[in-house]
Design a binder for this molecule. Structure first.
Ligand code: GH3
Ligand code: MG
Ligand code: MG
Length: 431
């Protein structure tokens, strides 16, 4: 997976050479052709060849010796070597692979090779989307790596020291951190990894690829222990590096998508779609905590239940959709008129719950009475809607109540308000 893969075709059959050449050019690769192994070996040394496609039987050498000679060249290790034969000889196949051939193809099943080349082309020309933080104190290495990554489509911020990189890390979102281990400045790559993993937010999970010139086993283990995702030794094999980076960036982006999705799901699970207020799940989640906080701080805490009067009639007279619109309107109205810090929930049906922290029940009733009179003068389209409200609360925690007990008290007060003629606020009274 280099920027522009240069392919050397070594084949004495003119027909097969043309077939291979056409295939490569169609898939966007640059091609050089020759007829024999000796010329091919010279080309590999002079040109920046990434892949060799050669006939198994060449006029001056067989495929196994040719492969071995290719692998012995300075950049031979990184070559893709594909050999072609017309024979289905398993022994020969095994020998070629042992000699270092990447793969061996049968000329009579050329379609298989076509598929391979198409895949390779997809990989080579695919750009990777992502933001990378690169730290390397060698100027030439840094520039080389930055160019390589940018050529693949990545956005790269490069630094020569961990301190500056860390401040960039805290400011921006990165899909991947690639860090050298020995760095300029006072902070090593190991410390940088440690600092990143210490970050308490999701940022702390950012993928990290460590690069080191010294492949020390215990240091590598320590880095994995600290939480790096991958490790690579210098000098790097470009293809391998790009594959690893591509994998890490893709996994990281998938992970981020998952986190976003999970947050969205959590939000959806706690919200009522009609009124966009918190729902009953949210009440179960937050209300006990709010009460516990009030109890710890010794501050008063009130709970109110608002139940729309004769709501069934709205549905009966105007239809369910209109009923939903009224509910949405009431939700919006409650959100707009609440005291700062009040939490509002749609409990279900036409019932709403309001949690009023730092508010005595008598005060809550007074506030809600004002709200109720304004609520009645607020027209929901051409409809006049009224509501009955029950309030309860605690000021003294010598005999603490649970949120369920408080809710039952407020519900009893709603019942009293309904009994007394509706359209009013009732404070819970012990019988
Ligand atoms: P009351 O004054 O005694 O509270 O009378 P009410 O009609 O408001 O109370 P009741 O409990 O008899 O009826 C509540 C109605 O609320 C019945 C149901 O059709 C309606 N309702 C519950 N949930 C929804 C909803 O999500 N959308 C609509 N449109 N109506 C709902
Ligand atoms: Mg009701
Ligand atoms: Mg009702």
């Amino acid at each position: 997976m280099t920027q522009q893969l240069k392919v050397l075709i070594v084949e004495s059959s003119r027909l097969f050479q043309t077939m291979l050449q056409d295939l490569m050019v169609r898939n966007g690769f640059e091609v050089i052709t020759c007829h024999n192994a000796v010329t091919a070996l010279q080309y590999v040394q002079q040109e920046d060849i990434g892949m060799v496609c050669a006939a198994y039987h060449l006029e001056d050498m067989d495929g196994i010796s040719f492969t071995q000679k290719l692998r012995e060249l300075p950049k031979g290790e990184q070559l893709r070597i594909c050999l072609f034969t017309s024979e289905d000889d398993q022994e020969l196949l095994k020998k070629a692979l042992l000699a270092g051939a990447t793969d061996i193809y049968n000329k009579n099943r050329f379609a298989q090779f076509v598929i391979y080349v198409q895949r390779l082309a997809q990989d080579c020309h695919k750009s990777i989307i992502g933001h990378v933080l690169l730290i390397d104190d060698s100027k030439s290495q840094r520039a080389w790596m930055k160019t390589l990554l940018e050529n693949r489509g990545l956005d790269v911020d490069a630094f020569d020291n961990a301190e500056d990189a860390l401040s960039a890390f805290n400011k921006h979102h990165y899909d991947l951190v690639i860090t050298d281990i020995v760095l300029a400045g006072n902070m090593s790559g190991i410390n940088l990894v440690r600092e990143i993993r210490r970050t308490p937010t999701e940022k702390g999970q950012t993928a990290i690829l460590a690069v080191s010139a010294y492949d020390d086993f215990s240091r590598r283990l320590e880095l994995y222990h600290l939480g790096i995702n991958d490790y690579i030794t210098k000098p790097v094999v470009i293809e391998e590096l790009v594959y690893r980076i591509s994998n890490l960036v893709q996994i990281s982006r998938l992970f981020n998508d998952l986190v976003t999705e999970r947050k969205h799901m959590e939000k959806v699970a706690l919200l009522d779609p009609i009124t966009e207020l918190y729902n009953r799940n949210a009440f179960d989640e937050f209300a006990p905590k709010e009460l516990a906080t009030a109890e710890r701080g010794g501050t008063p805490f009130s709970i109110a239940i608002l139940d729309i009067d004769y709501f069934k009639r709205v549905n009966d007279a105007y239809g369910h959709d209109r009923g939903d619109q009224v509910l949405a309107d009431v939700g919006k109205w409650l959100r707009l008129t609440r005291r700062k810090g009040d939490m509002i929930f749609r409990w279900g049906g036409e019932e709403f719950v309001i949690l009023m922290t730092n508010c005595k029940p008598e005060k809550a009733a007074e506030v809600l009475e004002k709200q109720r009179s304004r609520f009645n003068s607020h027209r929901h389209g051409d409809l006049l809607i009224t509501a009955s409200i029950g309030v309860s609360g605690v000021t003294d925690y010598s005999q603490p109540l649970t949120i369920v007990q408080l809710f039952k008290q407020a519900d009893k007060a709603v019942y009293d308000a309904k009994g007394a003629g509706r359209d009013r606020v009732c404070l819970f009274q012990e019988q």
